[in-house]
Design a binder for this molecule. Structure first.
Ligand code: TPP
Ligand code: MG
Length: 382
């Protein structure tokens, strides 16, 4: 079973009105899911609105299962997404299928909009197949070295513009990434070459244990766009509809700017990570429970649920059916991933198109060891 895929060629040109939340950020949904008085709902089909909810719930459930698999030693270190689903799922719904997504490592939600299959879990189990699967969906290989995928985004967007294509390039990264030189170089050249790139900062208040205020003295991250000559916008990143609308407007501008507009946009989506930085982190060392509880009031999932119920698009029965469907999808992906039998020699593939002499030597040495001792002996604990 897989989750229904709603093709994104139905992205609308109609502009919704972005309201202003109490913090002055672009916002459409209040924390209880009602629509703000000064906002309007984006022009999305009922089916698409429900699928946004389904994908957010699926992402939250996948998160819980992945953490549990890591605890059982069946998955590697895993970065939790909980709390941040609305921003990635909302923004990816504003993209056409041919648009490219670049992401850091936490933004599983952006990937899930393009489907979920067991290959995605294989990456987190240490297999390169996961990255191959991402490329088939116009998702750039997952990035762990903070900030280094931003210049790639600018470069790919520039190449695409030179080729006369009609694509947008959306790059997800964290608040911590904005302190890297790569962030500034990418933003600078994006402005100079006026490329169709959208820089989507998932400001979740922390870079591991370092708080947002220790990261930059700027009032907002969005305002950094001023220095590069293009627009910056701050949005409630726990409001899926507002992140959709802000991204939709940015994508439209990237593709078809007015004479006085620059193509790139920096979006700062303000949000919070509910869980630990990764399964190797203990957040109680740097933040207290009251802070976490206060941000949970803004949780994007009950918020979207409230919105759908108010519109008559969701009731208990339909919600339970969606949850059941998501549980089955995730369980099937896990079962399938667990059957994967890797060949240890794959660790010498992928880094180079033509292996260097040192890589060939390493491979030959592994082959000699496997022949002499057998795999069981090599896998034994010392
Ligand atoms: C170049 C580089 N420096 C340091 C690290 C170690 N590191 C891993 S995650 C992280 C924090 C990143 O924070 P942020 O960009 O806010 O993303 P978040 O984890 O909050 O989603 C750091 C410093 C790294 N991966 N790459
Ligand atoms: Mg962060």
């Amino acid at each position: 079973m897989s989750i229904p895929f709603v093709p994104s060629d139905t992205v609308s040109d109609t502009q919704a009105t972005l309201g202003q939340g109490t913090e002055g950020r672009a916002q459409i949904l209040d924390t209880d899911g009602s629509v703000l008085d000064d906002a309007s709902v984006p022009d999305l089909s009922d089916e698409r609105l429900v699928s946004m909810y389904r994908e957010m719930w699926l992402a939250r459930h996948l998160d819980e299962r992945a953490i549990s698999l890591q605890r059982q030693g069946r998955l590697g270190t895993y970065p939790s997404l909980a709390g941040q689903e609305g921003a990635q799922i909302g923004s990816t719904h504003a993209l056409a299928d041919e648009d490219w997504i670049f992401y850091q490592y936490r933004e599983h939600g952006a990937v899930i909009v393009r489907g979920l299959s067991h290959e995605y879990l294989l990456y987190w189990m240490g297999h390169e197949k996961g990255n191959e699967w991402l490329a088939d969906r116009n998702v750039f290989p997952l990035n762990i070295s903070i900030g280094s995928h931003l210049p790639h985004t600018t470069g790919m967007a520039w190449a695409s513009k030179l080729k006369g294509e009609d694509r947008a390039f959306v790059c997800h990264f964290g608040d911590g990434a904005t302190s890297e030189g790569d962030f500034h170089e990418a933003m600078n050249f994006a402005g100079v070459f006026d490329v169709p790139a959208i820089f989507f900062c998932n400001n979740n208040q922390y870079a591991i244990s370092m708080g947002r205020d220790a990261q930059t003295a700027s009032d907002t991250i969005a305002q950094k766009a001023d220095a590069y000559g293009f627009d910056g916008v701050q949005v409630d990143g726990m409001d899926p509809l507002a992140t959709y609308e802000v991204t939709r407007q940015a994508v439209q501008k990237a593709r078809d700017p007015d004479a006085d507009q620059m193509r790139p946009t920096l979006i700062e989506a303000v949000m919070y990570r509910f869980g630990a930085h990764t399964t190797a982190d203990d957040p109680s060392a740097y933040r207290d429970d009251e802070e976490v509880e206060a941000w949970k009031e803004r949780d994007p999932i009950p918020r979207m649920e409230g919105f759908l119920r108010n519109r008559g698009l969701l009731d208990d029965e339909k919600r339970d059916a969606i949850h059941e469907e998501c549980r089955d999808t995730v369980a099937e992906a896990i079962d399938e991933a667990m059957t994967y039998e890797p060949n240890p020699e794959q660790i010498f593939e992928h880094a180079y198109e033509t292996p260097t002499p040192r890589v060939q030597e390493g491979l030959a040495e592994l082959q000699r060891l496997r022949e002499r001792h057998g795999d069981d002996a090599l896998l034994e604990d010392e």
